[in-house]
Structures are given as C-alpha cells and as structure tokens.
Design a protein around this ligand. Structure first.
Ligand code: 13P
Ligand code: SF4
Length: 329
C-alpha cells in the first residue's frame, strides 16, 4: 500500500512536529478498524492506548474473537505470529519486527524437531514463547496461565516433552508430579533475578509478599509467596490484603499493578549483576509510541507466517484455546 523502507525492521519515518501521538493513534484506530493488543510488559503509554492489555493467553484469546480488520500486536514476535496464525485473513502488524524473545530463540526449530524425533511415543507440549516452526512440531501449546491444567489433561502415564523453558517445565513437573522431558531453554530476564538481593529486600520489608513468574529459577520460586502468569500475579496482588509486594517478572507489569492498586507498593525484584540492572525485557521495549504511530499510519511492518507452517501450527494453538475454553481459563 505504501512504498516505505522497513529494512531496519520498523518504519523509520519522522513524526511531523506537533503531532499528538495519542490523539492520532486513536483516530487511525477508528478510521482503519484497527485494534491494539498489548502485553503487560509494554511501556505504560502503550498499555494505556491499547484496546486490550493482557498476558500471552489473553492476547491469543482476544485475537481469536476480534472482528477488527487490523491487529497491532504490541508485544514480541511470537505473539504476533500466534495472532496471525489464528487470524490468517487479518492484517497483523507489530511496531518493531526486531522484538524477538531470548526464550523462543533458545529453541531452534530444526534442533527441536530432531529432539522430538529422538523420542518416539512422546507427546509434545510447547510453551507459547516459541516460533511458529516449533509450534508446527507440537501437539499442544500452553502459556503460563494454563500449563498446569493442560499438562494434567494428559493421562498420568503419558510420556511428555516440554519445551523450551526449563524453569517453567521444572515448576510444572513439581506441581503435577509428572516427569516431562525438558528442553534446556530459559528467558534472559527471568533467569537473572538474584535470590540474595531478594532475600535482602524481604529482610528490609518483612511484610512484603514475593510474586514470581514461573520462568524464574527454582531458587526464586521456592521462596515465592505466589507463582503465576503475569495475569495471575496481577489478580493475586489486587485480591490480597497485603500492601507491599516484591515482583519477580518483567517490570512492565508494575504499571497495571499500580493502576489497579494505587494504595499498594510494588517493588521490582532486582536482577543479579550480569544485567543492565533493571528487569525490563529489551525486546518488549523496542516497541514505542512513535513506532506504533508509524505502524498504524503505513500499515507496516506486517507479520507474515509461511502457509505450510501456519497450517501445522494452528492445530496445537487451537487445541490450547479449546482446552482453555472448556476449563474456563
Ligand atoms: P505471560 O504468559 O505471563 O504473559 O508471559 C509471557 C512472557 O513472555 C513471559 O516472559
Ligand atoms: Fe521472551 Fe523473556 Fe522477553 Fe518474555 S521477558 S518476551 S520470555 S525474552
């Protein structure tokens, strides 16, 4: 539609001086019948302008039911791919195609296919944080919101492979008593939280509860007061009588936590010294209001999924959505 250079992975066009980004984005959404779906790890301004803000399961569920013509996925690439696979006839845009995921990258499709081939008779469960090509080698997709229930939906003696997150896989093995074979992958944000620094924070704030995403390492999960998906942690913080929380997940979630609970205090869990010192996902934060504006304006960059891969990948995604719906998740 537009002849625009996206060789950098995003539309690198200047925004005209004096433009009110919020007003223009709202206007384009209306004119183009577009919706913005944002993950909790996006910056606060993007969450505020989104039509839907949620965890990765909710984003997939919203994609499945929207009648908008254009979906702008403010999240990372695998979330855009999942939305495109669910809605092949819609235009699915992402503000920056470089928004990848270290966890998805820790599981190359060829190597995963070989691993699956070496274990005949195993059913394959893949976390949604995977490429479409990995999903194409999968029996059922899960997110951190439904992994336990979906694993438990298999007979107790079923042989299972779980990939790619070893921390989530270990956690689910622990809570279900299963012995799934685990792929050796991890997220660079969640695996960097420092137990030592969290224990020091707990000493400083003895009343604070520790909330942790199951992608965190086992030592963190063992001392957590609540382990859950971003949506589950948000719900827990809102329903709890406690007034102070240490939050061991990407710090973007603090925006919605504070918004829903202005009387409570949320402290981001500190990472170890090998990181930038914050708990932001550098991939998630590639999306900005300016890129979102240009994405809507030029309808680029678009998420494209190979048709043959999409035909296979839709099956385990559908299974996840159907099982979740039947369980009321
Ligand atoms: P949620 O499933 O909780 O949204 O987590 C997604 C993710 O990328 C975690 O790092
Ligand atoms: Fe991937 Fe980790 Fe970023 Fe989530 S926080 S998108 S798992 S790199």
């Amino acid at each position: 539609m537009f002849d625009v250079d996206i060789s950098k992975g995003y539309v690198d066009m200047p925004v005209p001086e004096g433009v009110d980004l919020v007003a223009e984005i709202e206007k384009m959404k209306r004119e183009k019948n577009a919706v913005v779906l944002a993950h909790y790890y996006q910056s606060g301004d993007i969450q505020d302008i989104a039509d839907y803000v949620g965890d990765s399961l909710a984003l997939a569920q919203w994609a499945a039911k929207t009648d908008a013509s254009i979906l702008v996925l403010c999240g990372v690439h695998f979330m855009g791919e999942t939305a495109k696979i669910i809605c092949p006839d819609k235009k699915v845009l992402i503000p920056d195609l470089n928004a990848g995921c270290s966890l998805a990258d820790s599981c190359p499709a060829d190597a995963f296919a070989e691993f699956v081939k070496q274990h005949p008779g195993y059913k394959v469960i893949s976390y949604v944080n995977t490429s479409a090509a990995v999903k194409a080698h999968t029996d059922v997709v899960v997110t951190s919101s439904n992994a336990k229930q979906i694993v438990e939906s298999f007979p107790a003696d079923e042989k299972l492979i779980f990939g790619p997150d070893k921390n989530l896989g270990n956690y689910i093995n622990g809570v279900t008593g299963r012995h799934m074979l685990l792929w050796d992958g991890a997220c660079h944000v969640h695996s960097q939280f420092s137990l030592e620094k969290i224990v020091a924070l707990k000493k400083q704030y003895p009343d604070a509860l520790l909330l942790a995403h199951p992608e965190c390492k086992r030592d963190i999960l063992l001392v957590a007061d609540k382990v859950g998906s971003t949506a589950a942690l948000l719900r827990f913080a809102t329903q709890s009588d406690c007034k102070r929380f240490i939050v061991a997940t990407e710090s973007g979630i603090l925006h919605e936590m504070k918004k829903n609970n202005p009387d409570k205090e949320f402290i981001p869990a500190p990472p170890d010294d090998s990181t930038c010192g914050c708990s932001e996902c550098n991939f998630m934060r590639l999306n900005t209001m300016k890129k979102l504006y240009n994405t809507l304006k030029y309808e680029l960059p678009e998420i494209v999924v190979d048709e043959a891969i999409a035909r296979e990948a839709i099956k385990p995604i559908r299974r996840m959505l159907d099982i979740s719906a039947s369980l009321g998740i």
